[in-house]
Unconditional design. Structure first.
Length: 143
């Protein structure tokens, strides 16, 4: 395989690790540090918003749904790379995949920077940097 596959494989590994780390949030519940946090967490889980069409969800429900989407996006991205590398797909196709990944996971990184905290920022940033390295290396390998 071409040398860009090293960087692409590294990005896929970090994607799967990011998804695994992120999935811990489905098992571990946040512990309130004071009465205000306790009240806030209770409201996030118990107060149901009328979202129309018969849907009544709490902010906790909405957060869980979005959180699952993030986890699945990163698992899906990593598994596609592993599968295509194993099948030894043509380098031009892989270059196209890297371009698509740069857009999708680049926006994911930007959203993490704006809306989250350090661990997801670092992990999504690492995925993006590894994809940039794969793209730069693919110029040399495929040119």
């Amino acid at each position: 395989m071409k040398t860009y596959s090293f960087w692409l494989r590294a990005a896929a590994i970090v994607q799967v690790v990011t998804a695994l780390i992120h999935s811990v949030s489905f098992i571990v519940s946040p512990e309130p540090a004071n009465d205000t946090e306790r009240q806030l967490l209770k409201l996030l889980e118990s107060y149901k918003l009328d979202l129309g069409g018969g849907f009544h969800r709490s902010m906790g429900d909405l957060t869980t749904g979005l959180s699952m989407c993030f986890t699945l996006l990163y698992v899906f991205g990593g598994l596609i790379v592993f599968y295509l590398l194993r099948k030894r797909i043509e380098a031009g196709v892989m270059k196209g995949l890297i371009n698509i990944y740069l857009v999708v996971f680049g926006f994911s990184f930007l959203w993490m920077v704006v809306f989250t905290f350090l661990p997801p920022i670092v992990l999504t940033g690492l995925v993006f940097v590894l994809l940039v390295a794969a793209r730069i290396q693919s110029f040399e390998d495929i040119a």
